[in-house]
Design a protein around this ligand. Structure first.
Ligand SMILES: *C/C=C(C)/C=C/C=C(C)/C=C/C1=C(C)CCCC1(C)C
Length: 238
């Protein structure tokens, strides 16, 4: 991986892969924010809030990437910034699900269920990474993973999926796409967690040791920008 950087002469100096992905993550989130924000004026009224939420997600991430990049380059840990970012942006991603299904009858209780599950997922993940509380990282990770699967189950098979079916057309396919991001794109995060914490999995992920931030950064770029693009696609389709 380090060889990858040596082909980029300017960056080859003393920028680690971690620093590099924080840097490029910041630029990508910043650019995506401008794009989603300006798209608000292009889309029909009913999609403006969804576009705004997409822009807020990448804006919040850009802000935290700015700080995380600086912290990483100083050799400081980024865990707190990371989880403050997620605790704000992941619930906003739940809001995206709610907003696109609202015209077909999504209720606030569906929204709160998704938000509550994501808070459980993230708070327990933070405890595991920061070494807080009575459990080991692998057990906090397990609790977090259960909440993650509950989110997957709700959107793929629960009330949300029924509403998407009844909406049909572009809304149904956008919902499907977001579901795939949650199932596949969000699965990147537990890999990062296992690469960065000790547990039964340590042997399996030893090849990724020290790459937790890189893995999280890749996950964020795919998921935050990807989510926004799905919404944009829906908003400009007729
Ligand atoms: C923009 C940020 C996003 C979409 C962050 C998503 C984070 C997760 C899906 C994290 C999940 C975790 C587990 C399922 C188990 C281990 C601990 C976590 C918090 C890394």
């Amino acid at each position: 991986m380090e060889n990858l950087l040596s082909i980029l002469p300017v960056l080859a100096t003393d920028l680690s892969l971690t620093d590099f992905t924080f840097w490029i993550g910041f630029a990508a989130m910043f650019a995506a924010t401008l794009f989603f924000f300006s798209a608000m004026s292009l889309v029909a009224d009913k999609w403006k809030t969804s576009m705004l939420v997409s822009a807020l997600i990448t804006a919040i991430a850009a802000l935290h990437y700015y700080y995380m990049r600086n912290a990483a380059m100083e050799g400081d840990i980024t865990t707190a910034y990371r989880y403050v970012d997620w605790i704000l942006t992941v619930p906003l991603m739940c809001v995206e699900f709610y907003l696109i299904l609202k015209p077909s009858g999504a209720t606030k209780s569906l929204l709160w269920k998704l938000i509550a599950l994501s808070v459980v997922m993230l708070v327990t993940g933070y405890f595991g990474e920061a070494g807080v509380g009575p459990l080991e990282a692998q057990l906090w990770g397990l609790v977090s993973g259960i909440a993650y699967f509950a989110i997957v189950a709700e959107i793929w098979f629960g009330g949300a999926s029924k509403l998407a079916k009844s909406a049909g057309g572009n809304v149904e396919s956008a919902h499907r796409m977001l579901c795939k991001f949650v199932l596949i794109g969000w699965a990147i995060y537990p890999i990062g967690y296992m690469a960065g914490t000790d547990g039964w999995y340590s042997g399996i992920f030893s090849g990724l040791a020290g790459q937790m931030d890189v893995i999280y950064n890749v996950g964020d770029a795919i998921n935050k920008i990807g989510f926004g693009l799905v919404v944009y696609n829906l908003a400009v389709s007729k």
